[in-house]
Design a binder for this molecule. Structure first.
Ligand code: GDP
Ligand code: GDP
Length: 459
């Protein structure tokens, strides 16, 4: 195994649920292994191609005696000592509780390598906790739902550098050398996107849009099977490839779809595969068939990608067979603006997966979208910007109450998320929020990327 991940946190946040999800059915109970207490479970975990050891410290639910806190502390410390990295879990629905602070303190004292995860993160109810969680001082929280499998792509993103570091070291070192990544004690360091890391792309779209043909064309060999016929099985869920010198990992959604033998199942399956790929991707390429663009299914997946906060590129395929290219392009752009207003400014590129024409522009659009998605604005810039926005168009005064906005800051990237401190945040009308989001989009040059804006009570 490459590295060991310990899941820690107070009871009931969802540690076992995540453990079970990561380990799947191949759960190894460790009662009989030396050095592991009855309260710690260990298993072989996996997300996509990342394999690691997981320790679950959730053995305390039944403990009701008053030594609970002491035992919880000792158990957590033990788990931390056994692990290369700790996934510290809080409950996004419950908010940050005093018990969570106790755990944060243990982790800080132990100088542990920490990934902060806000679980039960499905739905809007979790938004507030995500922001609160920054105050734990453990870096950027990732939002997950252990029960629904959401956020596994982000989790993979933060684990991959640790995995890579350990695999490399393990290859270089003697096999029994204990690999330690915790000397890198600034946890943020592993979150900074490095260029060596491949850019993660998912190509999604309806059956026969040309996904397999496109991926073949990019990876330059007939590694994937193409063709309209169903029933072809492939195992690979992703391929890593340099695309003109840029490392990319491309998630293939067509492959699993072709496992479907029953025709009626096709649409449903390809949607759920697309869903999975979207979660793992940084940039989602929505591949449309020029003959039948913007079908219901295309719109659904594009919308999903936006809601999941992915960078989106629209690629219109089979452009080689299009006769009236100019009129068609105009028509496509109008349809795009009308049907997917939430993706305003996202690039629309015409390609022919078959001939390879337009793929250079597609690549550029992908890289640019990725860059925009990683945009970071400084607090000073944002505050200057906010002052200008407020002057140009002051917030309304609903019911005579004056809404004052004082301070703006960026709380995360990928996609960019901002907090504006405001009085009466609940009274700010949607139109004013849109004005601010559009302002951020234009003034910080972030076309087409999902932008999150949170208004918080300045108290
Ligand atoms: P542990 O004590 O930390 O191991 O927590 P469990 O894994 O036993 O989960 C506690 C409760 O939270 C259970 O009822 C789970 O079904 C529920 N739960 C776990 N993950 C999620 C999630 O992502 N969303 C929601 N809504 N509930 C969850
Ligand atoms: P997938 O189901 O999305 O993976 O689609 P495939 O890659 O299997 O392609 C479906 C069909 O469309 C095949 O017959 C391809 O040859 C054809 N096709 C794919 N891309 C193009 C293109 O750029 N131009 C034309 N004319 N046909 C294409």
């Amino acid at each position: 195994m490459s590295f060991t991940l310990a899941i820690v946190g107070r009871p009931n946040v969802g540690k076992s649920t995540l453990f079970n999800r990561l380990v799947g059915k191949k759960l190894a109970l460790v009662d009989d292994q030396p050095g592991v207490t009855r309260d710690l479970r260990e298993g072989a975990g996996r997300i996509a191609d990342l394999k690691f050891t997981v320790i679950d410290s959730a053995g305390l639910e039944d403990a009701t005696d008053d030594s609970l806190q002491g035992r919880m502390r000792r158990l957590t410390e033990r788990a931390v000592e056994m692990a290369d990295v700790c996934l510290f879990m809080i409950d996004a629905r419950a908010g940050v509780l005093p018990a969570d602070q106790v755990f944060a303190e243990i982790l800080r004292k132990k100088n542990a390598n920490v990934i902060l995860a806000a679980n039960k993160g499905e739905g809007r109810a979790a938004d507030a906790t995500i922001l609160e969680a920054y105050a734990l001082g453990l870096g950027e929280p990732i939002r997950i739902s252990a029960e629904h499998g959401e956020g596994m792509g982000e989790l993979m993103d933060v684990l991959r550098p640790i995995y890579d570091a350990n695999v490399e070291k393990a290859e270089a070192d003697a096999p029994d050398v204990d690999v330690d990544v915790s000397d890198d004690d600034d946890i943020d360091a592993i979150r900074v996107p490095t260029r060596e890391k491949p850019l993660q792309i998912a190509v999604v779209g309806r059956p026969n849009a040309g996904k397999s043909t496109l991926i073949n064309q990019i990876i330059g060999e007939e590694r994937l099977l193409t063709g309209p016929e169903a029933g072809i099985t492939r195992d690979a869920i992703s391929v890593q490839q340099d695309w003109d010198g840029v490392p990319m990992r491309i998630f293939d959604t067509a492959g699993m779809r072709k496992k479907a033998k029953v025709q009626e199942k096709l649409e449903k399956l390809s949607v759920s595969d697309g869903l999975r790929a979207v979660k793992f991707a940084e940039v989602v390429v929505v591949l449309l068939d020029a003959e039948i663009p913007f079908e219901q299914q295309d719109l659904r997946i594009a919308d999903l990608a936006e809601r999941e906060g992915r960078a989106v590129v629209i690629a219109v395929n089979k452009w080689d067979v299009e006769e009236n290219k100019q009129d068609k392009l105009k028509e496509l752009k109008e349809e795009f603006a009308r049907l997917l207003p939430q993706l305003k400014g996202a690039p629309l590129v015409t390609v022919s997966a078959k001939t390879g024409k337009g793929l250079d522009r597609l690549q550029q659009a992908i890289m640019r979208a990725h860059q925009v998605w990683n945009t970071r604005a400084t607090t000073a810039q944002l505050n200057r910007w906010l002052t200008g926005m407020l002057e140009q168009h002051p917030p309304p005064a609903p019911g005579g109450r004056r809404i004052k906005m004082r301070y703006a800051t960026q709380v995360k990237t990928r996609p960019p998320a901002f907090v504006v401190m405001s009085s009466f945040p609940d009274l700010v009308p949607e139109s004013y929020r849109r004005y601010l989001v559009n302002g951020l989009r234009n003034d910080f040059d972030m076309p087409g990327t999902p932008i999150r804006l949170y208004l918080r009570d300045q108290g």
